[in-house]
Write a protein that binds this ligand. Structure first.
Ligand code: KIV
Length: 268
């Protein structure tokens, strides 16, 4: 089947048709090329790159320059997927003016097609301002990693009645502010289902069960590159860390034994 570029209208059309959306993070040229070749519809340069790529404990140190740098690499590899760049901590919390400028940089310098930002009712005004500047916004509510200190850790959100009500209101506010989709992270499946049934934009779940409009995973988690200790919601579709260590060990052996390079790797 002929593949078409994924756009905001095509996402809305797929959502209206009840199709589930597959979203994945990518941070560099090879990961983006793999995601795009495989048919991923939404490719996210997540601020998770701070932890996944740079080894920080949280996403808080990630800068707008780092997201732009990684977005440029991803954009060079992507032909079909919609490229969404994450707004890092403090690139939008300081007000609409800063938020528009930084979101604009992700499109103008990075080449992204949309931005993602964390927050619900507290960020509705900022989302509206960015959308009014013609920059498409994906929301992100529930377990929002940039709020780690308020949450007291990476904890499932919306487990009690007050938390549930708050997230239902946050989801409505994000939709009302003009977001084209919203990530629901780390929330009980029943709550994600309820939010999904109330909204008219796609919900993209991560640790939110299956009653949502789509799923997102971190590239390195999906491929088993992040090690064995994974949260419950991660499914490893391959074990590339193990495979990679074995490959590197074989390389070391062959170098030491004089097996590599062989004649076939030697110029005549
Ligand atoms: O930064 C990220 O990778 C994310 C996704 C997990 C949704 O926000």
């Amino acid at each position: 089947m002929e593949r078409k570029k994924v756009t905001l209208p095509s996402i809305a059309k797929a959502y209206d048709a009840g199709e589930r959306l597959a979203m994945l993070t990518a941070y560099d040229y090879p990961s983006a090329a793999i995601a795009d070749q495989a048919g991923i519809e939404i490719i996210l340069i997540g601020d998770s790159l701070g932890m996944v790529i740079n080894g920080y404990d949280t996403t808080l140190p990630v800068t707008i320059e780092e997201i732009i740098y990684h977005t440029k690499a991803v954009v060079r590899a992507v032909e079909y997927g919609l490229v969404v760049a994450d707004m890092p901590f403090l690139s939008y919390q300081t007000g609409s003016r800063d938020a528009i400028r930084n979101a604009g940089r992700l499109l103008k310098e990075g080449g992204a097609e949309a931005v993602k930002m964390e927050g619900g009712r507290n960020m509705a005004e900022v989302i509206r301002a960015i959308v009014n500047a013609d920059i498409p916004v994906m929301g992100h509510i529930g377990l929002t990693p940039q709020s780690i200190h308020r949450m007291g850790g990476y904890r499932v959100q919306g487990r009690d009645e007050r938390g549930r009500d708050a997230l239902i209101q946050d989801a409505a506010a994000v939709e009302e502010a003009g977001a084209f989709a919203v990530v629901l992270e780390g929330v009980p499946g029943t709550l994600a289902a309820e939010i999904t049934s109330k909204l008219h934009i796609p919900t993209i779940g991560i640790g939110a069960g299956r009653e949502v409009s789509g799923q997102v995973l971190v590239f390195h988690d999906l491929l088993g590159l992040s090690g064995d200790r994974q949260p419950t919601f991660v499914k490893q579709y391959a074990h590339l860390r193990e495979t990679s260590v074995l490959a590197v060990q074989q390389y070391i052996r062959e170098v030491k034994e004089g097996v590599f390079p062989g004649p076939e790797h030697t110029y005549k």
